[in-house]
Design a protein around this ligand. Structure first.
Ligand SMILES: [Zn+2]
Length: 82
């Protein structure tokens, strides 16, 4: 029985997965504007991005709402002092 001499070359993609960091949050005409940045290269990113366009890091938005809630809570506390 002959063996196949070919080597299966698997294209391994080394992609880092990172959690986007919420860097700022502000109210603008009743709309909340959120700024995120890539955890790897610190470039500004938006929620539509699945991967960072600058360094290719996969963006994990799963905990984004949780984080935003915490952010809103802090904002509410801060607004009481205004
Ligand atoms: Zn990046």
């Amino acid at each position: 029985m002959d063996h196949e001499g070919g080597i299966i070359v698997r294209k391994l993609k080394l992609v880092k997965v990172g959690r986007p960091e919420l860097v700022s949050c502000m109210m603008h005409d009743g709309t909340q504007m959120r700024d995120y940045q890539c955890p790897e290269c610190q470039h500004g990113i938006i929620e539509e991005y699945k991967n960072c366009p600058y360094c290719g890091t996969e963006l994990d938005w799963k905990n984004k709402d949780e984080r935003s809630k915490e952010f809103e809570r802090v904002l509410n506390i801060l607004s009481k002092y205004e």
